[in-house]
Write a protein that binds this ligand. Structure first.
Ligand code: AMP
Length: 535
């Protein structure tokens, strides 16, 4: 006999938009089109998404299908975010910065049967369709007719829709979205998000001690809808009744600054490279208009960047996460007792990867799996588990052995719960049996005047096993000498940790999600070393 007396209602992402339309129907969703802007409201998005669901069903799509998107952040992508799960299918977001062969592989693994693509990505869509093993129905996300031969115009699904569809009452454990990891290490793996994981993740985003998305906020997600759900903002913003401003494909600093000021944006979320663009565009005495909060994540920002943003009056929200954690797994908010600390101390704390929010647990363990003390000093392998953490990769035979997901990151955690990512396990450099943290080397290099970007990797060494190699990119107008960097590092680090090899480059290779591509740097370095050996 059950004693529970409360209702059970499955958590479904579609209910978020229904709620927004009913309660925040006039709140705007603005999309930049480069030359202009498309203005919609949550009511419009809801009405079009339901008609779109009707159109998708009439076109023969049904519950359990997987439909892929290849699109920037805009209103049509948002409609697909809700209309596809609305018919009980899953939306598989593809990253247009990846090569066609990788994307075709993902389409095959996910068993996608349709691809919705932006007109400027038509060539890539065509290549994917030609490379994957089963036929893909193509829909072009254009205003009117499709430009690609064989593709249907997306709008026709809405014009020809038999009417708004009632959204399928799926179970909360059903898949509603799929995303592949960016492959910073190893090959991409698919993560299938459930309605439940994303609704809970969005609720955590709206918590005062979470991402703090509230109705007063106008959010500009520069973080892409094609990777890890744009940090959940396409769900948490409508849930909170916050305004949404979508940048389309105009992601350069001047365009973003213009959008921030023009649309009274209060919160922007982007990776450090995006913020660098915004800072460069803002110049020496930055005016960010209505902007109050700066969300940074996806990779570690430099101290200089946090200082610049905080000194300009912005409250930096630095968070950590992974595709496998939906993605937010750490809140960048300081504890209430630390919020009034002086600027320097606040910045030091915010440089770390934040505290946990309810629903997500973290542990750090040694290589043998023993717990490591939470003293803020002792590093260990970071394990997480929670309501929005992956349990098993798409189509993988086995899940997690003990329910804890090994992130591949090495971190310290202190008594207050603040975490600091010391490195990715695969990026640590082992020299003479001792570990050197690549991210520590990088952040110290970034503190040298005139250095814009830094990346440290290991090279094989006969005597020491591995030695660090540092690559740096100078700020425009600066010419930093490698000896200068070496000297600056030698003042801060034991001698054995200072790299003998420092290279100045024009740019660092980036992954499809804007992080330094260390896989590519390593293969470039190995090729260079081989050339030298045979020269
Ligand atoms: P992805 O799955 O592409 O989102 O990559 C996840 C990985 O990016 C994490 O395991 C971290 O190594 C790294 N990462 C994400 N956010 C941060 C951050 N704020 N600081 C440092 N590394 C980060």
């Amino acid at each position: 006999m059950t004693l529970a007396t409360m209702q059970w209602i499955d958590l479904r992402v579609g209910d978020i938009l229904t709620f927004a339309a009913e309660n925040h129907g006039d709140r705007e969703v603005v999309t930049s089109t480069g030359a202009g802007r498309v203005r919609r409201s949550y009511s419009d998005v809801y009405n079009r998404a339901r008609r779109l669901s009707g159109g998708l069903a009439a076109a023969g799509f049904k519950a359990g299908d997987r439909l892929a998107t290849l699109a920037w952040n805009h209103h049509r992508h948002l409609e697909l975010y809700y209309a596809i799960p609305g018919i009980g299918a899953a939306v598989h977001t593809l990253n247009p910065r990846m090569p066609a062969t990788d994307l075709a592989y993902m389409v095959d693994v996910a068993e996608d049967i349709a691809l919705f693509f932006d007109s400027d990505l038509a060539g890539l869509a065509q290549e994917i369709a030609a490379s994957c093993t089963r036929p893909l129905r193509l829909f072009e996300l254009s205003d009117a007719e499709a430009t690609l031969n064989g593709a249907m115009p997306f709008e026709a699904l809405i014009w020809d829709s038999p009417g708004p569809a009632d959204w399928v009452p799926v179970r909360e454990t059903d898949i509603f979205a799929i995303c592949f990891t960016s492959g910073t290490t190893g090959s991409p793996k698919g993560v299938a998000y459930t309605h439940r994981s994303s609704v809970l993740h969005a609720m955590a985003g709206c918590m005062t001690e979470g991402q703090r998305i509230g109705g007063e906020e106008t959010v500009l997600p520069v973080v892409p809808m094609f990777h890890a759900n744009a940090w959940g903002l396409a769900h948490s913003a409508p849930m909170a009744g916050a305004g949404l401003v979508l940048p389309g494909r105009w992601l350069d600093g001047p365009s973003l600054l213009n959008l921030i000021k023009g649309e009274q944006v209060s919160f922007v979320c982007g990776v450090p490279t995006v913020w660098q663009g915004i800072l460069d565009a803002a110049g020496e005495s930055p005016d960010f208009g209505s902007l109050k909060r700066a969300g940074i994540g996806g990779a570690a920002p430099s101290r200089a960047m946090l200082m610049q943003l905080e000194s300009a009056g912005l409250d930096v929200f630095h968070s950590w996460g992974m595709t496998e954690t939906n993605p937010s797994a750490g809140t960048g908010l300081l504890k209430s007792s630390h919020r009034d600390e002086p600027l320097e101390a606040r910045v030091d704390r915010k440089l770390g990867q934040g505290r946990p929010v309810f629903g997500l647990e973290r542990r750090i363990v040694s290589d043998c799996g023993d717990p490591v003390p939470r003293d803020g000093k002792t590093p260990g392998r970071l394990l997480v588990r929670g309501n929005w953490v992956v349990g098993r990769y798409l189509n993988a035979d086995a899940g997690l052995e003990d329910g804890w997901f090994d992130t591949g990151d090495i971190a310290t955690i202190d008594q207050d719960g603040y975490m600091v990512i010391v490195d990715r396990a695969k990026d640590l450099i082992k020299s003479g049996g001792e570990w050197i943290s690549s991210s520590d080397l990088e952040s110290r290099a970034l503190s040298v005047d005139g250095i814009l970007q830094a990346a440290a990797i290991a090279r094989p060494d006969e005597k020491w096993g591995e030695r660090p190699v540092l690559f740096v990119v100078c700020r425009p107008g600066f010419a930093v000498e490698t000896e200068q960097v070496k000297h600056a590092l030698a003042e801060q680090l034991p001698r054995w940790q200072v790299p003998e090899d420092i290279h100045v480059r024009d740019a660092l290779p980036l992954t499809a999600t804007g992080k330094t591509d260390k896989k590519r740097l390593r293969s470039e370095l190995l090729a260079l070393l081989a050339d030298r050996q045979f020269a």
